[in-house]
Design a protein around this ligand. Structure first.
Ligand SMILES: [Zn+2]
Length: 80
């Protein structure tokens, strides 16, 4: 019976802490802020992967996810 009371007390504390954390976090929604800070997302002209503009590689007016894809795409376009 003592064990049951201990478990009830732990669950009670857990619920109180969770409620406090939730009400504290409610004032500042995290995800929309994070998305705003990342800025625009661009599409790789070679593989189609979406990358943040800050991390993208630019070649002319085309954007790429990596330097390799910029080089590969340039080579393909000059050959074709
Ligand atoms: Zn790519």
């Amino acid at each position: 019976m003592r064990l049951l009371l201990l478990i009830a007390a732990i669950v009670g504390v857990f619920l109180i802490v969770r409620t406090l954390l939730r009400s504290a976090g409610r004032n500042r929604p995290e995800q929309p802020e994070r998305l705003k800070q990342q800025g625009a997302v661009v599409r790789c002209a070679h593989c189609g992967v979406h990358v943040p503009q800050l991390e993208a590689y630019r070649s002319g007016n085309r954007m790429y996810c990596s330097r390799d894809h910029a080089l590969v795409d340039q080579r393909d376009r000059s050959e074709g």
